[in-house]
Design a protein around this ligand. Structure first.
Ligand SMILES: [Zn+2]
Length: 398
């Protein structure tokens, strides 16, 4: 059998062999193009901006306002030079780059927020490693001028509170134009940016500066929300901002006991859900969480850090959305949030990226098919009917 097959290989005309090779190259490149490029379009094309009422009531008048289209993602964890294996880096960074670029192209957001842990090793990287990480980040998350990119600091970018230094905070601020307590106002919507690692309330220099900025901003925002005829001496000299309740953007979630109440396919796995969260490590302390709610009375809080999704209601009325990780390294089913936001209303929807397991399954199926095609071509695969026919003829001869 083997002898006859090898002679078949030898006798195949050159033209036929080239033709077969071309077919194989076409097959392999089609699978590669689909899994590494087209699949992102197929999957993200199914995402649509959620509807939101664009009108706002002011007294008895309805004022039409334009809708801000925002994408919110978290925990990209670009691997560093110490813990990052080159293949892991290549694969996961390509996945995030394609996801981000495809989402920009298909969805055309006005603004994108990344809720911290942009890098995996920012907390200890050398100046050279930091520069290389920043260069790769800029390439992956490049964006056209009309789309704004806002990056919030996470513990992997500057370290947990005990390892956070002014040098690391400044280096992050310089690259991303980030400051805690910064207000970003777009289309009358107020976004408050928080360095949640500096919410330790232990009187450290970074914490004191950050808290002072937040208190000053909360004063401005609260004064701006007062009715024009409401005279408050403390607000007389304060710069007026749009009178819209703010949206808080931060890395650590506000305090919650655990992820036990979280649901959905992108929530934490059952074995992790009931593990109690540690304050100032997994979530903000109860004190810091209360402060942020008192200062800002936010209408929405968006956070990252847990790598899994969750929806929590604070004080019975303030929703917080924990945004899962954007990277395959942290979950099989990464996603991002699409928000249609006006000064008075918002509507959010999840957009899932391709599942890593599905891409892997396509590669395995394509690999198996490729082996079958090669074996069949060289007649190394006996078709069942051919095998049965030979058995029958042998039987007859006996
Ligand atoms: Zn984190």
């Amino acid at each position: 059998m083997l002898q006859s097959s090898s002679s078949a290989v030898r006798t195949l005309p050159l033209k036929k062999r080239i033709c077969f090779l071309m077919k194989l190259i076409f097959f392999v490149s089609s699978v590669l193009i689909f899994c590494e490029f087209l699949i992102y379009y197929v999957v993200i094309f199914q995402c649509h901006w959620p509807e939101v009422k664009a009108g706002a009531h002011m007294g008895n008048k309805e004022i039409s306002t334009s809708v801000l289209k925002a994408i919110i993602l978290a925990d990209t964890h670009l691997l560093g030079e110490i813990k990052g294996h080159w293949l892991d880096k290549l694969r996961r960074e390509w996945q995030m780059e394609r996801s981000f670029q495809t989402a920009l192209w298909l969805l055309r957001p006005d603004i994108v927020f990344i809720l911290g842990d942009v890098f995996d090793e920012g907390k200890w990287s050398s100046p050279q490693a930091w520069a290389d990480d920043v260069r790769r980040f800029r390439k992956m998350f490049r964006h056209p001028v009309p789309t704004e990119l806002v990056v919030i600091v996470g513990n992997h970018d500057i370290g947990f509170h005990y390892e956070m230094t002014t040098y690391k905070v400044k280096r992050f601020e310089k690259v991303f134009n980030f400051t805690s307590g910064k207000l970003i106002t777009r289309k009358g919507i107020n976004f408050v940016i928080v360095n949640s690692i500096a919410m330790e309330s232990d009187g450290c220099a970074i914490c004191r500066t950050s808290e002072a900025e937040l208190v000053a901003l909360s004063h401005k925002l609260n004064c701006s929300q007062q009715k024009p005829n409401h005279s408050n001496k403390r607000c007389s000299d304060v710069e007026k901002l749009p009178a819209s309740e703010p949206i808080l953007l931060q890395h650590y979630p506000l305090y919650r006991k655990s992820d036990a109440e979280c649901s959905g396919e992108d929530a934490a796995p059952p074995e992790e859900k009931n593990i109690p969260f540690k304050e100032k490590y997994d979530v903000l302390s109860q004190e810091a969480s209360q402060k942020l709610i008192w200062w800002f009375h936010p209408r929405l809080i968006l956070s990252g850090h847990t790598h899994s999704a969750c929806e929590v209601l604070h004080a019975g009325k303030i929703p917080e959305i924990s945004v899962p990780s954007f990277s395959w390294r942290n979950r099989n089913n990464p996603n991002f949030i699409m928000g249609s936001i006006t000064p008075t209303d918002f509507s959010l929807r999840k957009c899932f990226l391709p599942y890593e397991s599905r891409v892997f399954t396509i590669y395995c199926a394509a690999g198996a098919l490729l082996v079958i095609l090669i074996l069949a071509h060289f007649q190394l695969l006996t078709p069942p009917f051919y095998f049965a026919q030979r058995l029958i003829s042998k039987h007859k001869a006996v």
